[in-house]
Design a protein. Structure first.
Length: 668
């Protein structure tokens, strides 16, 4: 217990003893061993004729209750945060005393004239404060909306059983513990509340600037700041809040309000923040945040709300300071290196800047990704690699895309692509753009105006089977990202406006995660606008117009594929970063495709697929299907793939495409 609190308690003990002595001097039953258990006739006569004893004077200046050395106690610091008056402090100390000194139980039992009631009552508290029982000012400090009770620092018991003056005053155990120096949070908040990890300066350790500096100044001014930090993606507001709180010298508590029982914890949460002198960072907000926001708006501590929703004035009458949190940068090598080195216990042995460029993670997510990467490396018994880092980073994306798209975890690389040099160069440029878009469009200021995003959008055009989908998977693998193939069946809807809503959900989720979005057969939704002849044409054109606008504001990576480039609206083409044409393979490329498809297939000695490559003009997808057919034929015999198997597979692909196949063997 602090010396200051001991000093205040000693003063209260003296005043209580004086009141006990004054009451004993005039009480005829003072020496009766049954006093407090029954009323004697003498005691009744005394009650009818005696006047209330004058309470000992309580100094009017708070400084008189301070120790000689001027040390300020936790009680006064709490009073400053909660807006408590000196009368509030006296009432709180009176209620608190039995929890700090057992002798007060006996004092209060005597003064209450009931040995079983060993806590201060409202009437006794007013006596000790030198106030008459009918004092409106004194009673108002114990009203349900008064600072002491609103903050949960003082409880008035038995409200339904006793008159006001006879109701007991108690202080919650958590408040007592905090005043005694115990910083352990309330047990009910375990798992729901965490301290905000301090963040040094800006993203690269530089001094604060921009929003963080302005928010820090506002927090440093004191008072219950109420702010809404809107996030472009989950977790983006936390670094902003952490830097501002650190600069303002305020501790912070993070609270996730999404669990079902979160609303019941709000009063406990607000009291904990008040006791700790901390700001609250609450988010992400639930789908219906109105009741929660209304409760938090009355907080006596700074509250920073985070979430992707725009502010709705219907949530509460109190207008917040509304800020848009910046999108996380493409990667802070210093933060990644610090976390990875600490987690792995060894220096990084790969190109870190190149590995982290595609990811937009918050500081918390970087720490978690680093720990996962280190654990994976330790599990495999190998040094930490870029692959481990990528797996750790991907684990941070809890994507809602899977409702409308099929996730593919890429298992291919550049060696799996058999293409001419021009499209290969363009594909590598696409990966380059995806890695460095934050630097070029953001840091170098080359992003166009009009609300345009930092996304990368490309069109892959070519005949079926020429490698468009495979190329998308290779690009995703090169970036270390998952590929999400949009299921058009879950997007296109016959009802007006529903298709746009489904697409908006997809684009919104894609903006929030690190992934590559693939619209296969994109002309189904990105087709040309037509002349308006009826209402159907008008609504179809509205859908295309929406897509044009949404692509411009997109911040992610989107790839479109089509078999008929001419079907894509020219307005879409203008908004594309790259258009990659996938040509039909010539004989040389077909030979490479056949050999690549047969690379791991058991085959007869001397089997040469060059004859198939020369005789059958097939695209890469059809060549793979022909090899699969040949492999099944060989597996059915329990044998290796032969030239006859390959020939049969190629003929079947020809027949599927409606081409004529001559019967008979081949001379190759």
């Amino acid at each position: 217990m602090s010396a200051a609190l001991l000093h205040r308690l000693a003063g209260l003990r003296g005043r209580t003893a004086e009141l006990v002595a004054a009451r004993s001097a005039s009480d005829p039953s003072a020496g009766d061993p049954m006093r407090g258990l029954l009323l004697t006739p003498e005691a009744v006569d005394h009650l009818l004729t005696a006047r209330p004893e004058p309470a000992p004077d309580w100094p009017s200046q708070a400084a008189d209750d301070e120790p000689a050395d001027g040390q300020q106690d936790e009680l006064h610091r709490l009073a400053a945060r909660a807006g408590l008056t000196e009368l509030d402090l006296r009432l709180l100390l009176i209620a608190l005393a039995p929890d700090l000194d057992r002798r007060f139980e006996q004092y209060y039992g005597y003064l209450n004239d009931d040995v079983s009631r060993r806590r201060a009552t409202v009437g006794l508290a007013l006596d000790l404060c030198g106030l008459p029982w009918h004092s409106a000012a004194g009673r108002a400090r114990l009203h349900a909306g008064a600072p002491l009770r609103r903050a949960g620092l003082l409880l008035v018991e038995e409200e339904d059983q006793r008159p006001l003056l006879g109701r007991a005053l108690t202080v919650p155990d958590r408040v007592v513990a905090r005043l005694l120096g115990d910083t352990t949070p309330d047990a009910r908040l375990a798992g729901a509340v965490h301290p905000v990890a301090p963040v040094e300066g800006g993203p690269d350790g530089a001094p604060l600037d921009g929003l963080a500096l302005l928010l820090a100044k506002r927090l440093a001014e004191g008072g219950p700041v109420f702010a809404h930090l809107r996030e472009p993606r989950p977790g983006a507001a936390l670094p902003l809040a952490a830097r501002a709180l650190r600069a303002a010298g305020l501790p912070g508590l993070r609270f996730d309000p999404r669990p079902a029982d979160a609303a019941a914890l709000v009063p406990v949460l607000l009291r904990e923040a008040l006791l700790a002198g901390a700001a609250l960072v609450v988010g992400p907000l639930p789908a219906e945040p109105g009741p929660l926001v209304k409760a938090l708006a009355a907080a006596q501590v700074p509250v920073l709300l985070t979430g992707p929703q725009p502010w709705d004035a219907e949530w509460t009458d109190r207008r917040p300071l509304t800020l848009d949190a910046p999108r996380a940068a493409g990667g802070d090598p210093a933060a990644w290196e610090r976390e990875l080195t600490a987690a792995a216990g060894a220096p990084i042995g790969f190109d870190l800047a190149d590995a982290i460029a595609p990811y937009h993670l918050t500081d918390d997510q970087i720490g978690r990704a680093a720990r996962i990467a280190a654990e994976l490396a330790a599990f495999e018994g190998v040094p930490l690699t870029a692959g481990h880092l990528q797996r750790g980073a991907l684990a941070q994306s809890a994507s809602g895309l899977e409702q409308h798209a099929r996730r593919i975890r890429p298992g291919v690389d550049w060696s799996d692509l058999v293409l001419p040099e021009p499209p290969l160069v363009q594909l590598r440029e696409l990966a380059l753009r995806a890695r460095h878009r934050d630097r070029v469009l953001g840091d170098w200021g080359l992003r166009a105006g009009g609300g345009r995003g930092r996304g990368v959008v490309a069109l892959f055009a070519g005949d079926s089977g020429t490698g468009k989908t495979l190329a998308a998977e290779v690009v995703a693998a090169d970036l270390g990202l998952d590929l999400y193939v949009v299921q058009l069946s879950s997007v296109v809807d016959k009802y007006v406006g529903e298709t746009e809503k489904n697409l908006e959900r997809i684009f919104t989720e894609a903006d929030r995660v690190d992934a590559v979005l693939l619209f296969d057969e994109a002309d189904a939704v990105f087709g040309k606008r037509s002349e308006v002849k009826d209402s159907h044409d008008r609504y179809a054109n509205l859908e295309s117009a929406y897509l044009l606008q949404r692509l411009e504001s997109f911040d992610g990576i989107a790839l479109l594929t089509t078999n008929l480039r001419s079907n894509i609206d020219e307005a879409f083409t203008r908004r594309l970063d790259l258009v990659v044409d996938f040509p039909f393979p010539d004989a040389g490329q077909r030979r490479a495709l056949w050999r690549h498809s047969l690379a791991r297939v058991p085959r007869a000695d001397g089997l040469d697929p060059d004859g198939c490559a020369e005789e059958f003009e097939l695209a890469g997808g059809a060549i793979r299907s022909a090899v699969v057919t040949a492999a099944y034929l060989a597996a059915g015999r329990g044998d290796e793939v032969t030239a006859a198997d390959l020939l049969e597979g190629a003929r079947r692909e020809y027949r599927k495409s409606g081409r004529l196949v001559l019967d008979g063997g081949s001379d190759w």
